[in-house]
Design a protein around this ligand. Structure first.
Ligand code: ATP
Length: 247
């Protein structure tokens, strides 16, 4: 299977308002794939549809061979365990330590022993570049960059094949943002992840993405790599990427 996700002719409406008008795209296995487009074009809505958090009106989304339009409850429960999600808010539970936050899904969904879970959590903490001494800290005691790393460690707890990131570098200072990009690239290579990411961060887009889809005015106006984006006749693309070829 070359494509982990196939989106075919998706139509989405909120009441009379059409958000997606026959949107199609495909996410290759092992790629870091970007969903780009102006504010309000429907990126988060599409991400939520992929995550089965929101219904679409027509078309099909196929993830890891599962057709979401007709997926059964048990199959959906299993499929959800195949992916990790890092939402923009990246919300960690404030009453739990980093260690407890990262262990949450393992405690909830696995029957692993406490010692085993502790080992896994320790490994995930190291994987995202946090120190083992950070494990007992609470979210209020750490920086924004550390929170993102901890949230990423939590999304990796169940060893997902797929990772969904919604504007992961937003709110980070430039140094933490570049560190986070490097981490994403490292994890993709190390774990063989496929990553779908919404981003408005131009540097992050250039540094991490293999393939992008640009949504504008209800349609996909471009799908492909960034080398060819400069020929696209679209106002958002022209404005967003203007003069940045050498970034
Ligand atoms: N639950 C909802 N009910 C009604 N309209 C909605 C709902 N969710 C999203 N929309 C509308 O759908 C459109 C797409 O929203 P969405 O959040 O997907 O855009 P986006 O591309 O992610 O924007 P941004 O880049 O600003 O996060 C917007 O016009 C939004 O107001």
């Amino acid at each position: 299977m070359n494509n982990i996700i196939e989106v075919k002719d998706i139509e989405t409406k909120f009441g009379d308002k059409v958000v997606h008008d026959k949107i199609s795209l495909s996410v290759p296995k092992g790629s870091i794939y970007g969903l780009l487009g102006p504010s309000g074009c429907g990126k988060t809505t599409l991400l939520r549809e992929m995550l089965m958090l929101q219904k679409f009106q027509d078309g099909e989304i196929e993830i890891l061979g599962h057709k979401l339009s007709s997926i059964k409850y048990k199959e959906a429960v299993k499929l959800r365990k195949e992916w990790g999600v890092l939402f923009q808010s990246g919300a960690l539970f404030s009453s739990l330590s980093l260690k407890e936050n990262i262990a949450l899904a393992l405690v909830e969904y696995s029957d692993l022993s406490k010692a085993m879970i502790d080992d896994i959590v320790e490994f995930k903490i190291a994987l995202v570049g946090l120190n083992s001494s950070d494990a007992d800290l609470y979210p209020s005691q750490i920086s924004g960059g550390m929170k993102k790393k901890a949230a990423l460690a939590r999304s990796l707890a169940m060893d997902p094949k797929l990772l969904f990131l919604d504007e992961p570098t937003s709110g980070l200072d430039p140094i933490s943002a570049r560190e986070f990009d490097a981490l994403i690239l490292k994890l993709r290579d190390l774990l063989g992840l496929t990553i779908v990411m919404i981003s408005h961060d131009l540097q992050s887009i250039y540094d991490t993405l293999d393939k992008v889809a640009v949504i504008d005015n209800k349609k996909i106006v471009y799908e492909g790599d960034l080398d060819n984006i400069f020929v696209v006749e679209n106002r958002f693309v022209k404005t967003f990427f203007k003069g940045t070829k050498s970034v």
